[in-house]
Design a protein around this ligand. Structure first.
Ligand SMILES: O=C(O)CCC(=O)C(=O)O
Length: 247
């Protein structure tokens, strides 16, 4: 893994923009280990896990997301809790980092579905919003195969009105699409091993993958230990997830 020596610049950019891109976050060797572990988990372990350990694409068989890998697989729990990572995350969540989730957004070739405009805190429901996602590219991430687009600075706007999206795995979306056109948004193209870190209130989305190339991302979600549940956000989330369950 790379040495994250320039924390200060990164913290500054994250606070200003709500998202940062880090090249070569993991080495090619670590990316290969992650891919092998995911393959093994899906083949040997997932069949005996609860049905909500994954969300499928519309074909009813291809994995869209794996959820709660930190509970289901020791390899991922350990990887996400390496001190090189949590030392950086502590600065960004302004306190002791607690691992809240390890998951995939797999975006498989040809059938990978889009993710509607949203703010993650509509799902996480924490206050203060000191929570974030480290999104690590396992496959190359391009404009064509469904890179995530972020509206820089939108994490400073507070929570925007939401509506149930009807999208399995992403049940809460923004009530209205943002005024900023996609061409003015930050498109997080990544090579394998590169990563982004995004704030839980930044507005973002991704488009479907109609290409022949998979766009697999591994996500580590952290919150500050000082954050608590925002009951109002939780009520809205519970209604949406009841309307569109993740599995
Ligand atoms: O990977 C994607 O396409 C979307 C990811 C996302 O919405 C998130 O990290 O909150």
């Amino acid at each position: 893994m790379i040495q994250l020596s320039d924390h200060l610049q990164l913290v500054h950019d994250y606070q200003r923009d709500g998202v940062v891109r880090i090249r070569k976050f993991f080495t090619a060797e670590t990316v290969a280990e992650i891919r092998a572990e995911l393959d093994q988990y899906i083949r040997d372990d997932l069949p005996s896990k609860p049905v909500d350990a994954r969300t499928l694409e519309a074909d009813g068989k291809t994995i869209r997301n794996l959820w709660r890998l930190e509970q289901h697989d020791e390899f991922f729990r350990r990887l996400a809790q390496r001190t090189e990572i949590t030392d950086l995350i502590a600065r960004l969540v302004r306190g002791e980092p607690v691992l809240a989730g390890v998951e995939t957004f797999s975006k498989p070739a040809r059938i990978g579905s889009g993710v509607p405009y949203h703010q993650d805190n509509a799902y996480f429901c924490r206050t203060p919003p000191d929570m974030l996602t480290l999104w690590i590219a396992i496959d190359p991430v391009t404009v064509e195969n469904g890179a995530v687009y972020f509206i820089k600075g939108s994490h400073k706007l507070g929570m925007q009105p939401t509506k149930p999206s009807g999208v399995t795995g992403n049940s809460v979306g923004l009530a209205e699409p943002p005024a900023t056109p996609e061409s003015d948004q930050f498109c997080a193209t990544l090579d394998p091993g590169d990563a982004t870190i995004h704030h839980c209130e930044i507005i973002h989305h991704s488009d479907p993958n109609h290409t022949d190339r998979s766009r697999l991302g591994l996500l580590f979600v952290y919150r500050g230990a000082h954050t608590t549940t925002d009951e109002q956000l939780k009520t809205t989330y519970s209604e949406a997830v009841t309307a569109t369950p993740p599995a």
